[in-house]
Design a protein around this ligand. Structure first.
Ligand SMILES: [Mn+2]
Length: 467
């Protein structure tokens, strides 16, 4: 396995924090742990790969992104196995970092060539976590002498499951260095959203706004933490930007977040009116979603069960729609009947960290506390997090309102026909989808909204677009 050093970039990271994370893992997990960085994946042929992004579990403890590398945490000792550059790499990619550079940037005790891994790990019974690419899974299978399947994090067993739990326990509550990285990611996203907001006007293309947003990320050595959603069809939850030209009454939903240069994520959604100001109907529904965003954030405190944060958002949406007379009935009964999912069919948020859905490679093991499982009900079953909040956790809060034809013409709407006033709803035809998403850090008391610098108050949004 030979990695292309072209993708090897040494970003300064807090070596002290990396050491401390490795010490804390060794204190809670007795066996050796081997975490692979993964390999670049071919886009259309191997020499034209997708941009390389190291595995998050590896990055958390190693910091340094090296394609093909693997980190061994073995009690107090840590060893980085790294590929040596191929003979002609200097021609194509220039001088590669040396093993001494790797040692300095990761603070490990030793850096050894990749080929030494098999010998070092022989009869050691090291645990690992499944990587995302098949070539790395094959390499892990060989050096560990047992099958390791790619993308199998949801079904890890035995020592690997114990390692997963130990890693989750650390990554759930962010240390100071991690919080600094989240802030760095948000700082790029603030500039990115502002650049996008200034481009929003009738006649602009969605793709043009997306380009303005992602240009800021690239200029700051970041990268989109996920596929940016920049669309006037906000009701299509994962719609990508298109050549669509904005009309004067369009709302543009922008769900875009940058990674920090060392790979930590942010995740922010705002809605910008093409005309520069919201119509009265758009404003009315925007205020309903904003009230849900604020009510949910107010609940982000230690000891609060995240499902209750979701239900608070759901109830606030229902109350707002009752006030607008789109719904009729009693709010508690309507939430019990799942009426919120007619317009808010997803969960209120998720964990945020190195991954935008942090540790979702391990299935619900990170997001759901032991003994808790997904709801069966439509809408609520898409909730990705149901733990009791603890200081140091970062979560997103992202309620929304969407007019999805498949839902409004489906079985849920059928059972709620007595509660839904379609004549009133028809007056709000200029709203297809609104989502308002912030990144929130759980503190000892009041929550900290990391993304507060991106205006969310509708009047401030309008001002920001002109600034
Ligand atoms: Mn999100």
């Amino acid at each position: 396995v030979r990695a292309a050093p072209a993708a090897t970039m040494l970003v300064p990271v807090d070596v002290f924090a990396l050491r401390r994370r490795r010490e804390r893992l060794a204190a809670s997990f007795a066996s050796p742990a081997l975490l692979a960085a993964g390999l670049p994946r071919a886009r259309n042929y191997p020499a034209n790969p997708y941009p390389f992004r190291a595995e998050s579990h590896y990055l958390y403890f190693a910091g340094t992104s090296i394609p093909g590398a693997a980190l061994l945490i073995d009690g107090p000792r840590s060893v980085l196995f790294a590929p040596a550059p191929a003979e002609d790499d200097a021609l194509w990619h220039g001088e590669a970092p040396t093993f001494a550079d790797y040692k300095d940037s990761s603070g490990v005790d030793d850096v050894l060539p990749l080929e030494a891994a098999e010998e070092v790990l022989r009869a050691r019974d090291a645990a690992t976590l499944p990587p995302n690419d098949d070539a790395t899974a094959a390499w892990l299978s060989r050096v560990l002498g047992r099958p390791v399947r790619a993308r199998a994090g949801a079904s890890v067993e035995g020592a690997d499951a114990a390692l997963a739990d130990a890693v989750i326990a650390l990554r759930l509550r962010h240390d100071e260095a991690a919080v600094a990285e989240l802030r760095a990611a948000v700082a790029i996203t603030v500039r990115a959203h502002h650049a996008g907001a200034r481009r929003v006007r009738p006649g602009a293309r969605e793709s043009e706004v997306r380009a303005a947003i992602e240009a800021e990320m690239i200029a700051a050595e970041g990268a989109p933490a996920y596929r940016s959603i920049v669309t006037t069809r906000g009701e299509v939850l994962h719609k990508e930007a298109s050549p669509h030209v904005l009309g004067p009454s369009d709302l543009l939903l922008v769900d875009a977040g940058s990674e920090s240069p060392s790979g930590w994520a942010s995740d922010v959604t705002r809605v910008y009116p093409a005309a520069g100001a919201f119509s009265p109907t758009q404003r009315a529904l925007y205020d309903v979603v904003l009230a849900a965003n604020r009510a949910a954030i107010a609940l982000v405190r230690p000891g609060v069960r995240y499902r209750d944060v979701h239900l608070r958002a759901a109830r606030t949406i229902v109350e707002g729609l009752l006030h607008l007379r789109i719904l009729r009935g009693d709010p508690d009964t309507l939430v019990e009947r799942g009426a919120h999912a007619l317009f808010f069919p997803h969960g209120v948020g998720h964990l945020l960290g190195l991954d935008v859905h942090d540790m979702e490679d391990l299935g619900d093991r990170a997001g759901y506390a032991p003994g808790r499982t997904r709801a069966e009900r439509f809408g609520d079953r898409y909730l990705r997090l149901d733990r009791d909040l603890q200081p140091g956790m970062a979560v997103t809060i992202e309620p929304g309102f969407y007019q999805v034809p498949a839902i409004l013409g489906g079985p849920l709407a059928e059972t709620l026909h007595d509660a839904l006033d379609r004549d009133v709803l028809a007056r709000y035809a200029d709203v297809r989808g609104i989502r308002l998403e912030d990144d929130v850090l759980v503190g000892e008391g009041a929550p900290e909204v990391l993304t507060h610098a991106i205006p969310i108050d509708p009047d401030e949004v309008a001002r920001w677009m002109k600034e």
